[in-house]
Design a protein around this ligand. Structure first.
Ligand code: NAP
Length: 252
């Protein structure tokens, strides 16, 4: 894709949870499209740095930044470091997310809090940390990776569905609040995607669910990344507040 970069070389993209899975594929795709990429991770430093090396070897620019997206001070320090190393963040992909599945009767308060803190509060904290620069520059793209669970609800995921539903509502509110500053805010809702998150689910429960996907399979992180890359790019010039579903037909 290099060589067709369409002037994105000066633009900095921050992707949260980019050490693995969907975030990794999104960071890679954005780097291939020419963006400078900040690769956020929680604890998996080796994986994050390996991705940065891969991007650099392919001629791109990437640096890894640890931060728990649910911790305000860590998020603020990360965004300060990215801004000083690479430049102000113009593209934000809020991808970091976790599951702690359990049926309601057995769900612990910690499982609820951890999921809502990471998925919903994390999206708020990172968006807040970058938005002032976007407003000053009159340009920004925020892409929130949600889930069809936040649209249709999945049994055993009351915490996760609530967190993603919350991000969808936040996406709509922010799209209206920020449109006048040239900032678009959209959500991308995958179905089942082949990552560590899916591998961590109970195979007995997962198998019939995958069979029920009209396309008959889970998606790949790269299939999600291609859509994220469009939503994040300046080419996405007249879409905001939308939830784009990429799920092989599962939620239809
Ligand atoms: P994954 O393979 O489990 O990777 C999760 C990523 O998030 C890792 O990079 C991890 O960093 C990072 N992370 C976790 N907690 C974090 C925190 N508190 N602060 C910063 N980073 C954190 O997950 P995935 O499947 O790629 O999922 C990515 C996103 O897609 C999530 O928002 C998820 O809800 C959504 N999604 C996934 C699926 C699916 O089927 N896989 C479906 C729908 C939606 P470390 O490596 O350092 O731990």
């Amino acid at each position: 894709m290099k060589g067709e970069t369409m002037g994105f070389e000066d633009k900095v993209a921050l992707v949260t949870g980019a050490s693995r899975g969907i975030g990794r594929a999104i960071a890679k795709a954005l780097a291939e499209a020419g963006f400078k990429v900040a690769v956020n991770y929680a604890s998996n430093r080796d994986k994050a740095e390996e991705l940065c090396r891969e991007i650099q070897e392919a001629g791109g620019t990437a640096r890894a930044y640890p931060a728990n997206v649910a911790a305000a001070a860590e998020v603020e320090s990360m965004v300060e470091a990215v801004t000083s190393d690479l430049g102000p963040v113009e593209i934000l992909v809020n991808n970091a997310g976790i599951i702690r599945d359990s049926f309601l009767a057995m769900m612990s308060e910690a499982a609820f809090d951890d999921v809502v803190d990471t998925n919903l509060k994390g999206t708020f904290l990172v968006s807040r940390a970058v938005v002032k620069d976007m407003m000053r520059r009159r340009f920004g793209r925020i892409v929130n990776v949600v889930s069809i669970s936040g649209l249709i609800g999945t049994p055993g995921q009351a915490n996760y569905a609530a967190s993603k539903g919350g991000v969808i509502a936040m996406t709509r509110a922010l799209s209206k609040e920020l449109a006048r500053y040239g900032i678009s805010v959209n959500a991308l809702a995958p179905g089942f995607v082949d990552t560590d998150m899916l591998a961590g689910m109970n195979p007995k429960q997962l198998e019939p669910l995958i069979k029920s996907v009209p396309m008959g399979r889970a998606g790949t992180p790269e299939e999600i990344a291609r859509v994220a890359c469009f939503l994040a790019s300046p080419e996405n010039s007249y879409m905001t507040g939308q939830v784009i579903v990429v799920d092989g037909g599962l939620s239809v």
